[in-house]
Ligand binder design. Structure first.
Ligand SMILES: [Zn+2]
Length: 425
């Protein structure tokens, strides 16, 4: 790369990105010290529920995941530097231009190559996490052939969905005038909503098998709960999550009348029917309080701000030059924006985590009112144990990163809720 000069914009981006990485590493170090310091004894509250060996496993699993996490953060920072001031994007621009396509299709090729290369660069760390750490703790159920077939399916989907999406956005950027970013945002929003609708019906079945929940105690319990909560769903499904991992979960997908309730087969194996009912009641609590709609609204509002800022940045020469791109183009602007965005939004993480934990408390309270609080608490203990989640996270690490409250705080809240309910009766 010739004649690159660092500008104040370069220093701003590199400085913030380094600060974000440094904070990430500092928090991980705190987490490591805290978990190690509490490894020897099960917290009092859980002494009769969790064995010492399960507590050790949770600590060791938490610690084992920190090292690749730290490596991943530094690696992401280095990749960002290599793509920008390192000249990676300029090189990729030359490669895409050599195909001799029209301007917009050159941009599409550039974006697809960027994502493909990015995916390949992340692969080694993902393979290590799946086949070394997850396997060592007995969570990985993925075979090599399933891993490879998943990877090809993901790449084909990325091309089939990503290329037309990139084409529309680049066409708007080129032809829709100064307000292009507003049209692009409207299109992006429509596209996201379409994906939320299409995902459970068309995409998820490419990766997993979904069966209707069998008749029996579980199903009648759940149907009674749905009726009690006035909730209409478009079916109860069991997903073969055990094909890939023994981590258990339950979730909702879809929008409006297309809502589906999906249980991982691993979760149904872990929990009693009444516990599964309580976990589902928690999920219904998220709908009751409108958490899903609020989150969607925040996402749409933030993407409007993002597109507006991008609309302005594309007009600024320094935006490109300071980051190693000497031939400003719409496709380079899109990639630059995605690469540097985390450096400017990382301080929002603890805010998002805070609101997410607040929602979890509300959903738990709803489950206590409409199902069994004791069963919710016992289900959570089982899920923490089976997933080897630590009961003793560092408070600051947890406040920054955790979308769900740590087990001791969460269960204390549920118990308080149960007492309050008894007092009301
Ligand atoms: Zn929740």
């Amino acid at each position: 790369m010739t004649g690159f000069t660092m500008t104040s914009w370069t220093w701003t981006v590199l400085g913030l990105a380094s600060l974000a990485t440094a904070i990430g590493l500092f928090l991980a170090e705190r987490q490591k010290m805290h978990v190690l310091a509490h490894r020897d004894a099960v917290p009092d509250r859980f002494a009769d529920k969790i064995s010492l060996s399960a507590h050790h496993k949770a600590a060791d699993y938490t610690l084992a995941k920190l090292a690749p996490g730290n490596f991943g953060q530094v690696y992401a920072l280095l990749l960002m530097v290599a793509w920008t001031v390192g000249g990676g994007l300029t090189l990729l621009d030359d490669v895409s231009a050599s195909f001799g396509l029209s301007e917009i299709w050159t941009g599409v090729a550039f974006l697809m190559l960027f994502f493909l290369i990015g995916h390949l660069l992340e692969l080694p760390l993902d393979i290590y996490t799946t086949f070394s750490i997850e396997a060592k703790f007995g969570f990985n159920k993925m075979t090599t052939s399933l891993y490879i077939s998943d990877m090809f399916k993901q790449m084909i989907l990325m091309l089939l969905i990503g290329a037309p999406l990139a084409w529309v956005i680049l066409s708007l950027m080129q032809g829709a005038g100064v307000w292009w970013w507003l049209y692009a945002w409207a299109f992006w929003t429509a596209f996201m909503l379409l994906m939320i609708w299409a995902y459970p019906t068309f995409i998820a079945p490419l990766f997993n098998k979904f069966k209707a929940l069998e008749e029996g105690e579980m199903k009648s319990r759940i149907e009674a709960l749905l009726q009690r909560c006035n909730f209409e769903s478009n079916g109860l499904f069991v997903m073969d999550g055990s094909r890939r991992s023994s981590h258990g979960n339950a979730y909702f997908t879809g929008l409006g009348n297309a809502k589906r309730i999906v249980f991982f087969d691993t979760l149904l194996k872990q929990l009693e029917p009444i516990e599964t009912e309580a976990v589902l009641a928690h999920e219904l609590g998220h709908f009751h309080h409108g958490h899903v709609k609020k989150r969607l609204f925040v996402m749409i509002a933030m993407s409007l701000a993002g597109f507006a800022i991008l609309g302005w940045l594309t007009q600024q020469g320094w935006f490109y030059n300071g980051l190693g791109v000497y031939h400003p183009s719409n496709h380079a602007a899109l990639v630059l924006f995605m690469l540097i965005l985390p450096a400017f939004t990382f301080a929002l993480d603890p805010v998002m985590s805070y609101f997410s934990r607040k929602n979890e408390f509300e959903a738990d309270a709803y489950a206590v009112s409409n199902s069994s609080g004791e069963s919710l608490a016992s289900a959570l203990v089982k899920m923490y144990e089976d997933n080897a989640s630590t009961l003793t996270p560092d408070p600051i690490y947890s406040a920054w990163h955790d979308s769900h409250p740590p087990a001791p705080i969460r269960i204390a809240h549920i118990e308080k809720q149960i007492e309050r309910q008894l007092a009301d009766k």
